[in-house]
Ligand binder design. Structure first.
Ligand code: ADP
Length: 384
């Protein structure tokens, strides 16, 4: 059969399969009848090896997409295919306005159907959130080195330490509060290593816990987002507290994020929580840019011996099952801890180790965080 004929045959089979799938439990939302269900098949293109199949995902949840994808891939069609999900109709804009030249304000539906309005930060192009399921996995160390590395490459960078309960960025960047206030009552970020830094740590007592309820926290965060003189920034990185709590929700309901990065160590107990962080981004429609594997292996400072103390299989499986690229693998090494404690980001202080973070910097710089990727379209469920 010619390739054009096999493409047509595949389109027909997939159309019929979509119509059938609407009878499956959980996939009723595919369409009210056979033709509306099969209309979800947008395109079938030849792609070596096999075919690239595009399915309209409007209104489908992540679970439904995964269920549909499994169903289609398990059909006995005997052709290799890669499935992409994309929206036919774009969502209310989650567009980085400075890139798009458009307003990103517009109502969106949040969890439980609550509407919220995304509001850009004037002058800020790409906002990237850095999260982890657990504390102590190295999220702040990654944030500091990514920010300093992007600045070293000539980007204009801000770093917002939103880890209210354990702000460690001031120590890692060698900065001390308080932040100056401008004549029009805006906060002026402190600057270190070419990065504009704002931290709860500049405003709170380091030895006393912050005990704030949700609404107070949201108000404080919104002030940090919008009442700060960020100036013109290519990237604003947000170092989140661990978990999936009030700070995360306030941020996702306020800012037009370009994407999220999840930091995890490779053992199962940490990855369990990393799943939740990743699902949070996916459920709230924030593109997941990838995973940073920290403490990937132990490297002895004295003899250089390398030990895979946490194992590798589980993180590989995590990346595969969640279809998420691993953007960098960073060893567990005394010098990384020492650099954090010294207040000079490792990317500045140790060229031999800088390479681990530089690969992350390059991966982020190469990403097309254009309006299309940030919101007009949905991130594909499957990488080609
Ligand atoms: P989190 O932000 O996830 O709570 P931190 O970045 O504050 O974690 O890191 C916790 C501690 O672990 C810090 O003392 C930091 O210097 C250290 N650390 C982080 N990554 C590494 C690493 N790869 N090797 C050695 N120490 C590390």
């Amino acid at each position: 059969m010619s390739s054009e004929a096999s493409r047509k045959a595949l389109s027909l089979s997939l159309g019929a399969a979509l119509a059938q799938a609407r009878h499956l439990e959980g996939l009723a939302g595919l369409g009210s009848d056979d033709s509306t269900a099969s209309e979800r098949l947008l395109d079938v293109q030849e792609k070596n090896p096999g075919f690239l199949v595009q399915i309209a995902s409007d209104g489908l949840s992540l679970e439904q997409k995964m269920q549909l994808e499994t169903w289609l891939l398990n059909l006995d069609l005997a052709v290799p295919m890669t499935i992409y999900f994309k929206r036919r109709q774009s969502l209310a804009p989650r567009v980085t306005p400075a890139v798009a030249g458009a307003s990103a304000e517009g109502p969106k539906k949040g969890p439980f159907g609550v509407k919220f309005r995304l509001k850009p930060i004037a002058g800020v192009k790409k906002i990237i959130a850095i999260s982890s399921g657990k504390g102590g996995v190295g999220k702040s160390t990654v944030s500091v080195n990514l920010a300093a590395g992007l600045a070293l490459q000539g980007s204009r960078v801000g770093l917002l330490d939103a880890d209210l309960y354990g702000p460690s960025i001031p120590l890692m960047m060698g900065l001390h509060g308080p932040m100056p206030i401008s004549a029009d009552q805006k906060m002026i970020p402190l600057e270190g290593f070419g990065v504009k830094v704002v931290s709860f740590g500049f405003m709170t007592d380091p030895y006393n816990p912050v005990i704030w309820r949700g609404p107070m926290l949201s108000k404080a965060l919104e002030q940090l987002f919008y009442q700060t003189e960020w100036g013109e920034l290519d990237y604003l990185l947000i170092d989140l507290p661990p978990g999936t709590g009030d700070v995360q929700l306030t941020m996702i309901e306020s800012l037009p994020l370009a994407g999220g990065i999840v930091v995890s160590t490779p053992q199962a107990v940490a990855l369990l929580d990393a799943h939740k962080g990743l699902s949070m981004f996916e459920k709230l429609d924030v593109p997941v840019l990838g995973l940073v594997e920290n403490m990937s292996h132990f490297q002895c400072g004295a003899c250089g011996h390398v030990d895979d103390i946490f194992g590798q299989e589980q993180i590989e499986e995590f990346a595969r099952s969640r279809r998420t690229p691993i953007l960098a693998r960073i060893p567990l090494h005394r010098r990384i801890r020492e650099a954090s404690d010294s207040g000079v980001p490792l990317i500045h202080s140790d060229p031999a180790f800088a390479q681990y973070y530089m690969s992350l910097v390059e991966a982020v710089m190469e990403m097309e965080l254009s309006p299309k990727a940030t919101g007009d379209q949905e991130m594909p469920a499957v990488s080609p």
